[in-house]
Design a protein around this ligand. Structure first.
Ligand SMILES: Nc1nc2c(ncn2[C@@H]2O[C@H](COP(=O)(O)OP(=O)(O)O)[C@@H](O)[C@H]2O)c(=O)[nH]1
Ligand SMILES: [Mg+2]
Length: 445
């Protein structure tokens, strides 16, 4: 997500940081380029204009031209303002005191409502809440089956009725009753969509809303539809009244501008993003982290959280500390490889590692060979604890033993150790001050 915008901004900022002193004119020229990059990424033109204006005002007010590192200051201001148009603070899901908290999902057909029901249910259950989903889309029999199937896949209860003998509002009411009886904390209502907004659909949604008083009405929007999504967002909000937006298919949207404009255009906070078809490909929307990701500053927090869903919490906290303190060893490398295998898209993961977005285009993540990953696991597993923590002690005889134990060759062990040294060096450089420039230097060698 945001690949092309990131790449463009990277170019603009590269110029800014390379020149020591900056005049107001230099900054103006850069900001013009930033504005173009935003427009090309499908950001609403009013939002882009306001953005540039705010950055200029702050740059003037903070007297950055007199500072020693004006380029860095401009980038910091851009980052803060970007987080601001993306929505500022993270907005949490509301809940009611007396369960169930009803969460109604609305949106056009194909936006990703049914998929989101499962994603949200799974994430709430991870927080130890009892959750239930209800199939209120009776337009097609297949819609009920789809939700039931997803429920089975993640082992979560789905309330449904025979479509030919019920109505959406009946299902919704019965589901609320059942959820109340069973002390379910969150009840997620999956509803029907249409190809375009029409009165029938809005009427049906209003009826469900009035019968269940949802604490959250989440509008699910396909990020790939760009400015169309922004428009339909406004219409849904006028008729139904929405409390939050979920942008799905962010994995497929290289431009990403819809996301950037959505908050400013509708005034409704974005709460989640969908980044793939699987029930675990889902993230809480954090404006500041997304801003950092767009600017190629990495998003260590989201990376940790992704890892957290695979490791236990203690492990994740430890990994965070180690990453920050540059104590990255072979055990961490092994853990990372194992987690990466479970975490899905390599491109997304790379985008979250500080400085790594600069690697985009330099190599294709798909080139990372599954077999090579298997070797990494085998080789590290054949090492002793001491060797993993301090790979420098691995001499010729140890190397031979490790190769034999893992069914590889000493050359392959060597190759892995070289990779590790590179990775360790890079982690050290890019997490220190001036990290990004250091990385660029290494890449251009
Ligand atoms: N790549 C990607 N596909 C998604 C995402 N969310 C949903 N989809 C796909 O979009 C299609 C429509 O999703 P569905 O949940 O049935 O939409 P609904 O009609 O709003 O209920 C399905 O093929 C989903 O697998 C996402 O975040 N990323
Ligand atoms: Mg559906």
């Amino acid at each position: 997500m945001f690949e092309s915008l990131s790449a463009k901004l990277d170019g603009v900022f590269g110029k800014l940081t390379n020149s020591g002193k900056l005049s107001e004119k230099d900054v103006d020229a850069s900001l013009r380029e930033v504005r173009l990059a935003l427009l090309e990424a499908d950001v609403d033109f009013k939002v882009a204009r306001q953005f540039v204006k705010s950055v200029k005002e702050r740059a003037g007010g903070e007297k950055i031209y007199a500072s020693l590192t004006p380029g860095q200051s401009v980038i910091r201001i851009v980052r803060d303002e970007l987080a601001e148009i993306l929505g500022g603070e993270t907005v949490e899901l509301e809940r009611v005191d007396k369960p169930p908290s009803v969460i109604m999902l609305v949106g056009l057909q194909g936006a990703g409502k049914t998929t989101l029901a499962a994603k949200l249910a799974l994430s709430l259950r991870k927080e130890k809440h009892p959750v239930m989903m209800a199939a209120c889309d009776l337009q097609r029999p297949a819609a009920v089956d789809q939700l039931k199937q997803l429920g089975k896949q993640i082992d979560l209860a789905v309330y449904s009725e025979e479509p030919s003998r019920s109505t959406p509002v009946k299902v919704a009411k019965a589901a609320v009753k059942k959820a109340t009886d069973e002390n379910i904390h969150y009840l997620i209502l999956d509803t029907a969509g249409r190809l375009a907004i029409d009165d029938d659909l809005m009427g049906e949604l209003e009826e469900i809303r009035d019968a269940t008083s949802p604490v959250e009405t989440l509008l699910v929007l396909d990020a790939m539809t760009g400015q169309d999504a922004v428009r339909s967002g406004g219409e849904f909000n006028d008729r139904i009244g929405i409390t939050g937006i979920v942008l799905t298919k962010m994995d497929g949207d290289a431009r990403g501008g819809a996301a950037l404009s959505m908050r400013s255009a509708t005034g409704v906070p974005i709460k989640y993003i969908g980044v793939g078809e699987r029930p675990d490909q889902f993230e809480v929307y954090h404006p500041d982290r997304i801003a950092s990701r767009i600017l190629g500053m990495g998003d260590v927090e989201s990376l940790i959280e992704k890892a957290e869903t695979q490791f236990d919490t203690d492990q994740a906290v430890e990994l965070e500390q180690r990453l920050r303190k540059n104590q990255f060893d072979l055990n961490d490398m092994l853990q990372q490889f194992q987690a990466i295998k479970k975490m899905g898209s390599m491109t997304d993961i790379l985008g979250m590692i500080p400085g790594m977005s600069a690697l985009r285009g330099k190599f294709n993540p798909k080139d990372i060979d599954e077999r090579q990953m298997a070797h990494v696991e085998a080789i590290i597993s054949s090492m002793t604890t001491a060797e993993r923590e301090q790979p420098t002690i691995i001499n010729g005889s140890r190397r031979k033993r490790i190769a034999e134990g893992s069914g590889t060759s000493p050359a392959q062990v060597n190759q892995l150790l070289n990779q590790f040294t590179q990775m360790q060096k890079m982690m050290k450089k890019i997490s220190g001050p001036g990290g990004k420039r250091a990385l660029m230097g290494m890449l251009n060698k």
